[in-house]
Design a protein around this ligand. Structure first.
Ligand SMILES: Cc1ncc(COP(=O)(O)O)c(C=O)c1O
Length: 370
């Protein structure tokens, strides 16, 4: 089977360097908040064009820490897309605030200002645009609205490392951005890991305290400025991520090249293809997701042809059991409803060989053309 993700292929390719980096950390005796963590944070901040990067234990934690750093909690509302991974909304619930779901745009399955405006109330404190599958949301419009309505913007960049909105990497627009380094992400660790980036030094300092038991940044070690948990990333992950970060740009270009190949092959098929961009506004294809009314038959056909595929996501969040107490009507989210029934992710990673992408393309084409 051709896998959707390239986790195993990437390890094979970088094996020697990764093992060396891991052993150096094991030998160093420094396992938490050591020199590798500091170096990774500096390098990641620079790659994302942010002043500060704070490494954390997961993308979910990154969202939660960002919300806490902004002072968002009980009584506050935060607008999130209903069509995303659950963590975007669960983080809001976890800090005691209420996620307010909004529908996504048909074109790129991201939220737009029109949809955000429709659900704003005096309690709305923030909005979390998700750059779904690696395609940027319209950050110019969202930031204009945020200024007008006095809202915080937390970018969910879990799927979008190095995606560009008008020439700048996503994450560089909102007040703070959350990244995931889950192993299959475009920048993947060897376990759970995540980070926030921000240009705001006060927010960065708040995140540093929140991730580390609430310990103040200055003053005695066992004195605490706030009540907080532990969201630190392991030193060994920082060392491994540094190895992978070096090649992220090149691997991103390979993803875009695979997407261009698929686009060309599929242009005449009855499919909705993902937005590709023009270099200035550019998806990084965490996933290459096509949309078809015959999604389930197509999925079966592909699997029979040795091509893995997957549905991200089969159930929008307004339909999840955990959010039934919000009493939401599916009719309010027609684009998300449709997307959940039509989306299908094809193999997408930088290590796909020419013959593999050709096999994927042939399998898709043969479904429609027999
Ligand atoms: C859009 C989105 N947000 C948040 C997360 C949460 O990241 P993690 O799995 O690292 O906690 C993910 C990861 O799956 C994601 O895809």
């Amino acid at each position: 089977m051709i896998p959707i993700f390239g986790v195993a292929a990437e390890y094979k390719k970088l094996r020697k360097e990764l093992r060396k980096a891991a052993l150096e950390v094991l030998d160093s005796g420094h396992y938490i908040l050591g020199p590798q963590t500091g170096a990774f944070e500096a390098e990641f901040a620079s790659a994302m064009q942010a002043k500060h990067a704070i490494s954390l234990s997961s993308g979910t934690d990154a969202l939660e820490v960002a919300l806490k750093a902004l002072g968002i909690g009980p009584g506050d509302e935060v607008v999130v897309p209903t069509f995303t991974f659950v963590a975007t909304a669960a983080a809001v619930s976890s800090v005691g605030a209420t996620p307010i779901f909004c529908d996504v745009d048909e074109s790129n399955l991201n939220i737009t200002v029109k949809q955000i405006e429709a659900v704003l109330t005096p309690k709305t404190k923030a909005v979390i645009p998700v750059h779904l599958y690696g395609a940027p949301a319209n950050m110019s419009e969202i930031m204009n609205l945020a200024v007008q309505k006095n809202l915080y913007v937390i970018e969910d960049c879990a799927q979008a490392h190095l995606a560009q909105w008008q020439g700048k990497p996503v994450g560089a627009f909102g007040h703070i951005a959350a990244f995931s380094f889950y192993p299959s992400k475009n920048l993947g660790a060897f376990g759970d890991a995540g980070a926030v980036t921000t240009n705001d030094s006060n927010l960065a300092n708040a995140c540093l305290e929140i991730r580390n038991a609430g310990r103040g940044l200055s003053g005695p070690t066992y004195e605490y400025a706030r009540i907080a948990g532990n969201s630190r990333m392991a030193e060994i992950q920082a060392a491994l991520l540094r190895v992978k970060l070096k090649g992220l740009k090149e691997r991103t270009e390979k993803r875009i090249a695979v997407a261009k190949y698929y686009d060309k092959k599929f242009s005449k098929l009855p499919l909705i293809l993902p937005p590709i961009g023009d270099g200035q506004t550019q998806s990084v294809f965490h996933l290459y997701v096509i949309r078809s009314e015959k999604r389930d038959e197509l999925a079966n056909h592909l699997k029979a042809a040795g091509v893995s595929c997957g549905v991200y996501y089969p159930l929008p969040l307004h339909r999840q059991k955990c959010y039934q107490h919000l009493n939401l009507k599916p009719e309010a989210f027609p684009n998300a409803e449709k997307a959940s029934q039509t989306v299908l992710a094809l193999p997408m990673h930088p290590y796909l060989s020419k013959s593999e992408i050709s096999q994927v393309a042939k399998a898709v084409i043969s479904f429609f053309k027999g």
